[in-house]
Ligand binder design. Structure first.
Ligand code: 5GP
Ligand code: 5GP
Length: 242
């Protein structure tokens, strides 16, 4: 962790829908702790600058932001070499959180099946720039997930995983905004048949990693747009393939 306080504006708290991670051409693997619940899982808690975000976003603020400041977020504040001790996560530091992390932040990648490696990667890339100690960083992410159950919020609005039903992007955004009280960003990906589906939800959080806020910028959702001239694309929620 760098000694100087890292300057950033807010966190993205990113959760992934396991079915949508798994049903792409790449597939997925269950972690060695077993099959994850049919529930959103944490992907990460990412420090971000407010003036620009998401490489690939083409709104004018993001383009200007990237030109002026390069990257839209700080990363690898303890170094990114494999040998670098700066970004190394100690299992001891988060020992009391491991059971909860395994339930709420499981890895679905086939690289290792070891969720600790996923947490270590996220800590090294994003956590080291958070101005938080490892324990606070992971505890706050868990608290954020526990505060609002996205799966329940969506299902209360009639938005449930389905291989056939489609939902407008606006209806999903509105359900989340109403359910948590703040506007979030939504990202789609494509399943192996090329169908657009809900993949990740980006909630915005203050610099302490404690309080939710409206997302300062609207992110490109990558959800396919079937609506003629409407601002919302249409997305499938996705099969519960885990
Ligand atoms: P992708 O290109 O797949 O959307 O993102 C690849 C990786 O870049 C993410 O896993 C994350 O580590 C980082 N990343 C992508 N978008 C953002 C963003 O808006 N903010 C931050 N802090 N990191 C991001
Ligand atoms: P990011 O997208 O945060 O830069 O990178 C995520 C990294 O963590 C990738 O290298 C990916 O292979 C690894 N990873 C391990 N488990 C997962 C998972 O369940 N979801 C995602 N998105 N990435 C995972």
């Amino acid at each position: 962790v760098s000694s100087a306080a890292e300057r950033f504006d807010f966190f993205y708290f990113v959760q992934q829908w396991p079915g949508s991670f798994c049903d792409t051409w790449r597939g997925c693997c269950f972690p060695d702790t077993g099959k994850p619940a049919a529930d959103f899982g944490i992907h990460g808690l990412w420090p971000n600058y407010a003036h620009c975000h998401r490489h690939g976003d083409d709104d004018v603020f993001s383009i200007i932001g990237r030109l002026l400041r390069g990257r839209c977020w700080p990363q690898y504040c303890g170094g990114d070499d494999d040998g670098d001790e700066g970004g190394k996560l100690s299992p001891w530091a988060i020992r009391d959180l491991v059971a909860s992390l395994q339930r709420n932040w499981p890895t679905l990648s086939c690289k290792s099946g070891d969720s600790f490696r996923f947490w270590s990667y996220e800590w090294k890339k994003h956590g080291t720039c958070s101005n938080l100690e490892p324990h606070d960083y992971f505890a706050r992410a868990l608290a954020l997930k526990a505060a609002h159950n996205l799966t329940e919020i969506l299902s209360a609005a009639g938005i449930v995983p389905s291989a056939t039903a489609t939902y407008s992007l606006d209806s999903v955004s509105d359900a989340i905004a109403k359910g948590i009280g703040f506007k979030a960003n939504i990202e789609c990906n494509r399943d192996s048949d090329g169908e657009s589906q809900l993949y990740q939800v980006y909630q915005c959080v203050d610099k302490e990693g404690k309080n939710l806020m409206d997302c300062p910028l609207h992110m490109r959702s990558k959800c396919s747009d079937q609506s003629q001239g409407g601002r919302g694309g249409w997305i499938r929620s996705t099969g519960v393939c885990v």
